[in-house]
Each structure stands twice: as structure tokens, then as C-alpha cells.
Ligand binder design. Structure first.
Ligand code: SAM
Length: 242
């Protein structure tokens, strides 16, 4: 096994990273790009807000390889005159840059990790390993037309610590492995922090349709909609805070 992957408990299967600790994949090679777009981007109705003027904030639980970030960025870059976007994410077990590159190999026709981006991510990752307070990796992208910017803020560390760093979020991407395999990402503590960083009208989307997640989010004031899942998956959840 690659020593970098061994450190974060990753095994490669058909060119896709699989977490040994959570026994789950980071993305699926077949349809992974479309799945991310369907579940998180369209599930949150992001295409509708790209014609608005106000700055939009997205909060993601589980950065992984960055697939959701790049899918969102791709849509934003192709929009006519989008608002500026603030993308907040967190990651407790940052992947080494060699593993991030598997995303580029899986989706060769998409604009993904560049050498410059990888180096800047790695530099911050190393700073954080030496000093856990140095947790924020920041980068930005410019829209080809107009003045809009796409700012990325990725916090390294546990969800319990990193969520406190997020501002009020407009759209949540809940992508923290399956709730049965990673209960901490979906605990009542995590969801109530998420609620505290939401406002009336804040939306969320997630691939899971687990009953206790639906009930807990409902209990926090979210109006839940069950949607058809991606591909063969029967259901997924989206919702809006009332
Ligand atoms: C399904 S993966 C995310 C996939 C990702 N969106 C992608 O495109 O690759 C879930 C991520 O949540 C992270 N994670 C799991 N538990 C965590 C915790 N307690 N705190 C912070 N991150 C955590 C994992 O390391 C993993 O990268």
C-alpha cells in the first residue's frame, strides 16, 4: 500500500479511493460527477440562485477529494453573470495530494486539481499538522466575465471544531459518509451546530434518506422533502429551514 494512503487509511479500488476506517467510497467512478451535481447542486437548487446578485454561501460536511467543490465551480464558471460564492468545507482526515489526483484521472475531461492548487493545499495541510490552529486553507477563483469571485475556505480538523468556524450558510452539502458508518458526522450535536449556522430559507441536500436523520432535521425546524435518489438509489433528502 502507498505509505501516504496508509497514513489516512485509504485503499485504491479501480482507481477510486476507499476509506478503510469508514468502509465507504469517496466518489463513484461511473457517474460520480453527475451524482454530485444531481444530489448536492441540483438538490439545493443552486442553478436557480446563480442569476441572483447577492453573495451565496455553501457549507459542506466532508471535503474528501474536492469533487463537490469542482462540480459547483464548473457550474459557476459557466454561468452568465453569477454572484460571488463563498464555499466553506471541513475535513478531519485530509487526503494526500497523490490521492486527490485520482479525481483528475477519473474525470479527465473536467477542470480539476492543478499543480498550483495542490501545492497550496499541501502547504496548509503541513502547517496544520505542525500546529492544529493553522486549520484554514484558502484559495479563490475569478469568473471569466464580470467581477464575481469564488472563495474557498477549507478547515482541517474534526467536524465538532470546524463547524464553529463557519458563518451563516445558505446551502448545505451533507456528504459525510453513510450515517450508519460515520455517526459522528450526523450526531445531534453536529446537526444542532448546523442549525445554529443556518437562517430561515437555508437549504440542505444529502444522499441519505435515513429516517433518524430526517426526524432530527425536522425536529430542528427543517421542512423535509424526500426526493428520488441518483441512478438506482431510491430516495435522498432535501429541505429548507422554516
Ligand atoms: C464521503 S466523503 C466526502 C466526499 C467528498 N465530498 C468528495 O468529493 O470526495 C466524507 C468525508 O468526511 C470526512 N470526515 C468523516 N468524519 C469526519 C469528522 N468527524 N470530522 C471531519 N471530517 C470527517 C472524511 O474524511 C471524508 O473525507
Amino acid at each position: 500500500m502507498d505509505p501516504n494512503n496508509e497514513k489516512v487509511g485509504i485503499e485504491m479500488k479501480d482507481g477510486v479511493p476507499v476509506s478503510l476506517s469508514f468502509d465507504d467510497v469517496y466518489f463513484s467512478k461511473e457517474g460520480g460527477w453527475d451524482e454530485s451535481r444531481y444530489v448536492f447542486v441540483e438538490g439545493n437548487q443552486i442553478p436557480n440562485v446563480l442569476s441572483e446578485i447577492e453573495v451565496v454561501s455553501i457549507g459542506e460536511l466532508g471535503f474528501g477529494t474536492g469533487l463537490n467543490l469542482f462540480v459547483t465551480l464548473d457550474l459557476w464558471l459557466g454561468a452568465e453573470n453569477p454572484p460571488s460564492l463563498e464555499y466553506f468545507s471541513l475535513e478531519g482526515f485530509p487526503l494526500p495530494k497523490e490521492t486527490l489526483l485520482t479525481l483528475n484521472h477519473s474525470f479527465p475531461d473536467k477542470p480539476l486539481w492543478t499543480e498550483t492548487l495542490l501545492n497550496s493545499y499541501e502547504e496548509q495541510f503541513q502547517k496544520w499538522e505542525m500546529n492544529p490552529n493553522e486549520r484554514e486553507w484558502k484559495t479563490q477563483f475569478f469568473h471569466p466575465k464580470g467581477k464575481a469571485k469564488f472563495h474557498v475556505h477549507l478547515f482541517f480538523g474534526d467536524v465538532g471544531v470546524c463547524l464553529d468556524e463557519f458563518p451563516i450558510i445558505d446551502f448545505w452539502y451533507l456528504d459525510g459518509f453513510s450515517p450508519s458508518k460515520n455517526p459522528k458526522m450526523w450526531s445531534e450535536g453536529t446537526l444542532s451546530k448546523l442549525r445554529n449556522h443556518s437562517k430561515t430559507g437555508t437549504r440542505f441536500a444529502t444522499f441519505t434518506a435515513a429516517g433518524f436523520i430526517r426526524r432530527n432535521l425536522e425536529g430542528l425546524g427543517f421542512h423535509i422533502q424526500k426526493q428520488k435518489g441518483f441512478g438506482k438509489k431510491r430516495e435522498m433528502l432535501t429541505g429548507v429551514l422554516r
